[in-house]
Design a protein around this ligand. Sequence first.
Ligand SMILES: NC(=O)c1ccc[n+]([C@@H]2O[C@H](COP(=O)([O-])OP(=O)(O)OC[C@H]3O[C@@H](n4cnc5c(N)ncnc54)[C@H](OP(=O)(O)O)[C@@H]3O)[C@@H](O)[C@H]2O)c1
Length: 209
Amino acid sequence: MQVLVIGAGNMGSAFVKQLSAAGHQVRVTARDAAKAAALAAQYPGVQAVATAGAAQGQDVVVLATGYADAVGALQAVGNLQGKTVVDITNPLTADYMGLTLGHSTSAAEEIAKAVPGANVVKAFNTLFAQVLAQGATLADGTQATVFYAGDDAAAKQTVQTLAASLGFATTDAGGLQNARYLEPLAGLNIYLGYGAGRGTGIAPTWVGK
Ligand SMILES: NC(=O)c1ccc[n+]([C@@H]2O[C@H](COP(=O)([O-])OP(=O)(O)OC[C@H]3O[C@@H](n4cnc5c(N)ncnc54)[C@H](OP(=O)(O)O)[C@@H]3O)[C@@H](O)[C@H]2O)c1
């Protein structure tokens, strides 16, 4: 697939690494062009591109900025009509121990409202950047799961295929409204990783049929 990654931070870098390793054609754009260029130079098949028009010709856009920057970053990459946008953001409080919104909406739904025409799929938000960077098989041998939620069936299928191509187990988590569950799930993961001291090599999964 042709994938644009917006953001060259922890998650953006991990996506670029894994997407490149899986043989996707990857573009990366960042606020700081030098950062995007330095990241792209580390992996084969990755191109650093200017923000304006970056979404053109891409199958998937991975939004890897903080939630506060998300809408502006998406609007800056050009026409997203009909494109699959993977929203990985968690709307965290400054101390990372809470969410700034939830229950009656979610970051994913707010982002979708701001970019009408784009097919927003919530996914990957429950994985620590360290897990994404290291790959889908955790230290104890289990396979980490990507939960995905969205309202467009084809976009969800695209995200499922993309996540599977990176080696992850996948769980269809329903419509975009269920991002209201996935974002707090990431909050629990952050608590367990940092608050409870289990570290960043953990990931939530679902067991049983
Ligand atoms: N870190 C994790 O383990 C983790 C796990 C799951 C989900 N997430 C979510 O993933 C998102 C990214 O997290 P992160 O840890 O990767 O954050 P990060 O390291 O701070 O990276 C965010 C990147 O987005 C860039 N950015 C901001 N505005 C932009 C714009 N308009 N256009 C292009 N790039 C822009 C920033 O650029 P500058 O360098 O110029 O500031 C920065 O490089 C967050 O929403 C977070 O909640 C993170």
